[in-house]
Design a protein around this ligand. Structure first.
Ligand SMILES: *Cc1c(COP(=O)(O)O)cnc(C)c1O
Length: 416
């Protein structure tokens, strides 16, 4: 046994980006908290409000899970594409807002929106393939595309145009190896909601370039400004669209791990190119979302009452206003637009205003240390010297957090 050579060919690929990943940064900030501060920690860094009582999910959703579990109908393996009743329910739920109705065969059930992202990127990955991602964006796309050796190219979202896609950049970046562009609507991290007209332009650009649009709609219907939420699938007759979604955000149950990948492809382009077969092939390889959660989906999607959604959207609308009004006129921070959707807003730091702050990371470390407020530095979502602020927390905690944030900015601003 001496000189035994192990067969491992690969060195452990440490994710070099992990130090700026959202979780990595938030953990680092937590180690900088001042333990002798008796005030509660205000978490404005991550988008999971499920711990706050006012964001508890709908009773009907909890009952649906209990009923599916106790029915003993969902104790077995599910088909890898998903439980038929769940696929049908998602098709009906999304079709309410679409001109071309979806069939259950267009729907694939996944473990959260995260697994839908994994699935579509894996299916599209091929030698030399590249994919266009928004900047700022949701860094999981970068991390996962990298792990599949897919080249990443970034197009900007334009702060002066309410964070619309820079479509000229999309055209300039596209070549014969470009397979898709990703949009996130309502937007994480920008809190914007794309207009119908802009989405149509996105579709027309994609058709001209011959690329797929991947539309991350995990914040579907969390829109509370002027622009109503319009699903990208509306334009599925212009260009193929793959919609990714889940119940994580609208129902505030990210731990239930239930999402979907949906194909809006009126002209059958994806089928013709074998993409649908590849999706099914990949789903055969990976774990399904739990059967009983899928079993509850028809009731969750079909029976949740409008008053639950209204209550949640109204709280988030209120907190978005508290957040925006509280920071928009502060020294050193610039907020290009009022958030109109999702749970986030991007604010820019004017570092010249501050005495002793070098960049967004230092800002967030000092804020954690001095005020016990956690905010995500923009570098984690692709924009250095910006901040991503999550406002989806209990309004009283948010007010406290914004009050401390203001005190911090004023204290660190240069004295005249
Ligand atoms: C939260 C989030 C996801 C992941 O959704 P899960 O259903 O929790 O897996 C995907 N995309 C964006 C933009 C998100 O904010």
């Amino acid at each position: 046994m001496e000189n035994k050579k192990w067969g491992f060919k690969k060195e452990m690929e440490l994710n070099t980006e992990s130090d700026i990943s959202i979780r990595g940064v938030l953990n680092m900030l937590k180690t900088n908290l001042n333990k002798s501060d008796v005030r509660p920690i205000i978490p404005l860094g991550h988008g999971d409000p499920s711990a706050f009582p006012c964001f508890r999910t709908a009773k009907i959703a909890e009952d649906a899970i209990a009923e599916a579990l106790c029915s003993a109908k969902f104790n077995g393996y599910a088909p890898t594409v998903g439980v038929p009743s769940a696929r049908r329910a998602v098709a009906e739920y999304l079709s309410q807002d679409l001109p071309n109705k979806l069939s259950p065969d267009d729907v694939f059930m996944t473990a959260g929106c995260t697994q839908a992202i994994q699935t579509i990127i894996t299916v599209l990955a091929d030698a030399n393939t590249n994919i266009l991602l928004p900047k700022p964006g949701f860094p999981y796309y970068e991390a996962f595309a990298k792990s599949r050796q897919v080249e990443i190219r970034h197009f900007n979202l334009l702060p002066d145009k309410n964070w619309e896609v820079d479509l000229d950049a999309v055209e300039a970046l596209t070549d014969e190896n470009t397979v898709a562009m990703v949009i996130i609507n309502p937007g994480n991290p920008c809190g914007n909601v794309f207009t119908y007209q802009h989405l149509q332009k996105v579709a027309e650009t994609a058709r001209k370039l011959g690329i797929l649009v991947i539309s991350d709609e995990v914040y579907d219907h969390l829109a509370f400004g002027e622009n109503p939420f319009v699903p990208m699938g509306v334009f599925g007759s212009i260009t193929p669209v793959v919609t990714l979604g889940s119940i994580s955000k609208r129902w505030i149950v990210p731990g239930w791990r239930l999402g979907w990948l949906v194909v809006n492809d009126v002209n059958g382009i994806l089928k013709q190119h074998g993409i649908i077969d590849c999706i099914m092939g990949y789903l055969n390889l990976i774990c399904d979302p739990p059967s009983f959660i899928q079993g509850a989906i028809p009731d969750i999607l079909g029976k949740t009452k409008e008053d639950f959604f209204l209550k949640i959207v109204n709280i988030i609308k209120e907190t978005a206003t508290i957040c925006y009004e509280g920071i928009k006129d502060l020294p050193g921070v610039i907020c290009p637009s009022k958030p109109e959707g999702s749970m986030f807003v991007m604010v820019k730091l004017d570092l010249l205003v501050f005495d002793d702050i070098m960049d967004d990371i230092e800002f967030c470390i000092k804020l954690a240390k001095e005020e016990s407020v956690i905010i995500l530095p923009g570098i984690s979502v692709g924009l250095k010297n910006w901040l991503r602020v999550t406002f989806a927390i209990e309004p009283t905690s948010l007010k406290d957090g914004i009050y401390r944030f203001r005190a911090f900015c004023i204290r660190h601003a240069k004295k005249p």
